[in-house]
Design a protein around this ligand. Structure first.
Ligand SMILES: [Mg+2]
Length: 190
């Protein structure tokens, strides 16, 4: 049984530092995370898709941004992931952009190693995640973005879990299980 994990918003805190980047760009004071009710930033009082896209592009060229992300898991949870990794039961699937100026794959692997995953297997893709999930034989997939959860739930045989976040709260799908505690997924790996 193979666990497929998204990184940003699942094991790494992407939103808080990203909002700092956006705030700096707009210069209009702090943007509370709870105002983000949709990751496409539609209907947000301050953010527009254009500003968000520009900030997303900016951080995609900044290796330091990814290196500095804070982990969302406890030491014990990292340890459990490491155990799965050593049994070749763990892959990370991310939509992080690959740029020619530095190696995001290496930066990501180093970050995961720093937090305790000894031999991380990371795939950076711009395609639908369902393709890799299928190809890699992932049986349990976890992602915080509802678009990815829907894609994998509807196009693969993998079980799909979505950690509860403010920005995915309105999503509901019969094949996507919302989890409030990351430990819930470990019950599938005795
Ligand atoms: Mg994510």
């Amino acid at each position: 049984m193979v666990l497929g994990l998204d990184i940003d918003g699942v094991v790494a805190d992407f939103l808080s530092p990203f909002l700092r980047v956006v705030e700096k760009k707009i210069g209009n004071g702090p943007i509370p995370p709870e105002t983000i009710t949709d990751f496409n930033f539609k209907d947000h009082p301050v953010l527009s898709e254009k500003i968000v896209d520009e900030c997303m592009a900016a951080v995609s060229y900044d290796p330091g941004f990814w290196q500095r992300l804070a982990p969302l898991l406890s030491a014990e949870q990292w340890q459990k992931l490491d155990n799965l990794g050593r049994k070749e039961q763990l892959v990370f699937i991310t939509h992080r952009y690959v740029r020619e100026t530095y190696d995001i794959h290496e930066v990501t692997c180093d970050w995961l190693k720093r937090h305790g995953v000894g031999k991380p297997v990371v795939y950076c893709t711009q395609e639908s995640k369902s393709k890799l999930v299928d190809h890699l034989g992932v049986s349990l997939f976890v992602d915080d973005r509802h678009e990815n959860c829907r894609d994998v739930a509807e196009n693969t045989r993998a079980m799909v879990m979505m950690p509860h976040r403010h920005y995915n709260q309105s999503f509901d799908h019969p094949k996507v299980k919302r989890i409030r505690n990351f430990n819930e997924l470990f019950s599938y790996f005795p």
